[in-house]
Design a protein around this ligand. Sequence first.
Ligand code: AP5
Length: 226
Amino acid sequence: MPLKRALILLGPPGAGKGTQAKRIAQRCSVPHLSTGDMLREAVTKGTELGRMAGPVMARGELVPDDLIMRLIEERLKRADCSEGFVFDGFPRTLPQAEQLDRILERSGFGKPIVIDLRVNPEVLVRRLSGRWTCSVGGEIYNVHDAPPKVAGICDRDGGKLVQRPDDRPEVVKERLATYERQTKPLAEYYERRGVLDTVDAAASVEAVERELEEVLKRAERRDGHL
Ligand code: AP5
């Protein structure tokens, strides 16, 4: 199922964007573009971007649009983005969405597929408090619902599992408030453009995956390609 455009997964922190984006990108053989992962890498490496973004992320706020757009424009120039890509955590503000539209149009990609993963806040807090991520390959686990076979160790590559510093309860609260204020309005923006689908993301990982597949099949039937 080759993806020939941008797929955008919207949704609050903990909705399962990363979990599902990795699966879709793998199935469609396109890159998974997570601005959160890119920023965390910059923080770990101590680059100039990382030094600017780190304190903002630690507070649960959004990194300035111009830094994010520079990051995305650079990433989209790479050869693996010539066909299609899955965005996870981007765009996150109206200016980012408007600029992305212009980039996609300029590059001949046309309209994206946008899917909003909807989940209520109590579920999100439980998911984020239980998340552990592989420090090597980025595989995502959850001690409540999807634990690794051996505690603290990745099933796939044996990497050490770590918790994100912004999953502390006080930062999660701020991230959810930031989402309500700055990112939730994007659903309306894409709905007006006629490209929005929604999925009940409170269901199991496998059920959400099946629903997302259905949305993609519908888009393929409607447009003659994915
Ligand atoms: P980012 O890394 O994008 O974090 P986020 O949007 O807060 O999303 P999360 O990664 O927390 O959640 P997710 O939806 O991916 O859920 P996941 O699949 O991991 O951003 C981090 C920070 O970077 C931001 O706060 C901001 O500062 C900055 N930033 C990033 N992008 C930016 C941008 N564009 N502009 C400005 N700033 C930006 O799942 C969560 C847990 O739930 C896991 O344990 C998983 O196993 C479990 N789970 C998933 N699905 C299910 C399910 N269906 N049932 C049960 N459990 C599930």
